[in-house]
Design a protein around this ligand. Sequence first.
Ligand SMILES: [Zn+2]
Length: 289
Amino acid sequence: MKLYSINTGFFKLDGGAMFGVVPKSMWNKLNPADENNMCNWALRSLLIQTNDRLILTDTGMGNKQDLKFFSHYFLNGNDSLDNSLAKYGFNKKEITDVFHTHLHFDHCGGSIIKENDQLVSAFPNATFWSNKKHWEWAVHPNEREKASFLKENILPLQESGKLKFVETPLTDFDENNLLGSIEFSPELKIRFVNGHTNAMMLPQINYNGRTIVYVADLLPSVAHIPLPYIMGYDMFPYTTLKEKTSFLQEAAKNNYVLFFEHDPINECCTVHQTEKGIRVKEIFSLNSL
Ligand SMILES: [Zn+2]
């Protein structure tokens, strides 16, 4: 098996929204805001190459939206899904599976492209993965979350005829069943969390003797490791708090590698227990593993 970090670009989100209850005087040192209070974030996918599959986890925000949309989110930088795949000698036609941690636009926008005014799969040979619980949540969005669930990203996944659901191990918000998991393939386990959105999935991979977890929006960046640093976007912040607590203890104990989707600088880190709580131990890039 081989893993590749695929940066699909950077985008901007309001710093206050990204750090929730943490005051700007503290978060601004970690990810300095621009004159509009916006901070820059990565859109980093993970490509998992196994013997017979090429699995892409999340696809960034894509580029099919209009100028007004991008005037809010400022897609920037030189990286794109296509050129990051090409850097390793891959192209979108070769992808066998597109795995969506969840269906917020910055995680699945690149899965669907506009071709002759039609919304079609960007990956003609790939199966799209979600789970039934999250899918229902995303296609009937609540008022607070619906700006993140865009019809043009979601419905065409189903219309492509290539959408499949992985099993979900959870009953609704069961406190004893946080971080349930299922086996997706021999190399890949899927962890479930419910604080950011309903039934978000985190791939967990055994790789060169290490356990790597794609932490998606449970921990968007290294700056979000201290427990109170929870995004204002989260639907159930108290659930996120419990999930972070439990996951970070497990990660520290087992020396997991956390792979960050949104950290603008850091790709991976390990964590350890300190006097102040669980904090970063080492920061490194994926290709150093
Ligand atoms: Zn999200």
